[in-house]
Design a protein around this ligand. Sequence first.
Ligand code: NAI
Length: 333
Amino acid sequence: MTYRITLIPGDGIGPEITKAATRIIGAAGVDCEWVEHEAGIRAYERTGNPLPPELLDSIRENKVAFKGPLTTLIGEGFPSANVALRKGLDLYANLRPVRSVAGVDSRYEGIDLVIVRENTEDLYSGIEHLVMPGVTQGMKVITSAASIRIARFAFEYAVKRGRKKVTAVHKANIMKLTDGLFLESARIVSADYPGIEFDDKIVDNLAMQLVLNPNQFDVLLLSNLYGDIVSDLCAGLVGGLGMVPAANIGEDYSVFEAVHGSAPDIAGKGIANPTALTFSGVLMLRHLGEDEAADRIIQATFGVLEARKVRTPDLGGSASTQEYADAVIAELG
Ligand code: NAI
């Protein structure tokens, strides 16, 4: 069968790593018709819109998209196309499995945790205004509907994947209403899942605990901003941003991308690590029911990394993005 998938090469390193990852997926024997669309800076410069409506229509038609990172300018320019995409398609759950990989040096071994990040509200509401010169305000929006929905997603994921514990992360000691509602919603949902342990951590304590003893965590349930920050911290625990995949999941559509951004410091050099995006492709293949191909890609990637011969500079090697992809393809056999 042929899968029609919307492909967004994206900005910066995006085209380099999407090329590598789609080559690997093809070599694993999955027949994909990639329907390519621009977004981000490239689309903005050409059409004045970082998220063209044809792209959203394509995802609505194909249901699944595979996406490179999109640049968002800091402190100026157009609003984030990533945030608009997640809101526009109601991709409410951002799933980010974080795992240690043999052959990738990091501070700890055996890390196997999953971040479940709420993807549609919080300080990412984009509601900001200038009260008067020198005074600005931003709106943190937390609703019980979105909090209950993401908590249920986390517990359902835990049940399906044989996970033991869900930890809700918050700062309800200070933000008693907003984070209080997020925590209370998680508590309410937890009552429906007596087989899954539930606890909670204040976000600053969580940051320290993750650095001291990450293996104590299983599924982390976070609102949007904390989820964003903690994801990068966790990536640092397993070898860096080149290693951690993500899936944006809604009731109707799913968009698969890496945790990392467009990496302007290395863009165009052909040295970005495509592993994170390839693992996002693995999440996509599982979503499509192509578990065998997904398993083969994981095994081939593990094989290449464990052999320590071919790896990109972020992992201490000197291979280019495409040389590394070639090695994974060769390992696929
Ligand atoms: P970044 O994740 O792009 O880069 C941070 C650091 O990690 C850089 O030193 C970069 O070289 C390195 N890095 C990231 N991915 C890598 C890879 N695959 N291989 C090797 N090294 C890698 O974060 P930064 O610099 O804060 O953001 C750059 C742009 O990306 C911004 O415009 C930001 O808004 C956007 N961004 C987009 C995301 C998305 O499309 N989902 C997510 C995060 C940021």
